[in-house]
Design a protein around this ligand. Sequence first.
Ligand code: MG
Ligand code: MG
Length: 258
Amino acid sequence: MVELKTDTSIDAMYAAGQVVGRALTAAREAAHVGVSLLELDEVARGVLRDAGADSPFLGYRPAFAPTPFPAVLCTSVNDAIVHGVPTPYRLREGDLVSLDFGAELDGWVGDSALSFVVGRGSPEDLRLVETAERALAAGIEAAVVGNRIGDIAHAIGTVCREAGYGIPDGFGGHGIGRRMHEDPGVPNEGRPGRGMKLRRGMALAIEPMLIASGRDDWHTAPDGWTLKTNDASRAAHAEHTIAITDAGPRILTARQAV
Ligand code: MG
Ligand code: MG
């Protein structure tokens, strides 16, 4: 069932989304060569503490997971696509890092992700990251009253495929609100004009995931959480929580320029 949010609820989700934006900005700024993934998780924990917010990631245990998620931040490096568990691994020059973060504030959840290269990136990696952002922007642009879920999926998928990238099978975005994962699902590829009609008050997490090689297959690492590409090629991920309003899509996890 899809819960439509009131304007007041959307404002409350924006407040949660701003905590997410601050944490991602802080973690990204801290992500220098030699810094560990656990240290990035610590940075994000500090932002949650300062805001009096909770983590919807910490202790999260969906059906596929062997253990509760042990961190507040997902850190997916190089061939990791999403759900990377922070480890003592220290970042190296040229690593392609995806950070995914959620915050719960006053009962409302925000969820967002970004990808970047540590230090100097290869042209291939920078293009992958830029395409993830472009796919996200295209998906958001399609999130307007009167469109359907398939229009968002088609917009995302078109950007990814035209650039020659793979789209991991079976993963995509989701409705969001009082819980991190609500209806409807938002696939990263689909047919325009199909699926649920988009209505004012729907809140969605839109999140393209791209595989550099163009393949769509993946496997779960031995930690039971981290999704990795099957051919060791690199992956990127970008995500925003948005609300559909009469004035168009409102990005609730927008990050302030630094
Ligand atoms: Mg996320
Ligand atoms: Mg999400």
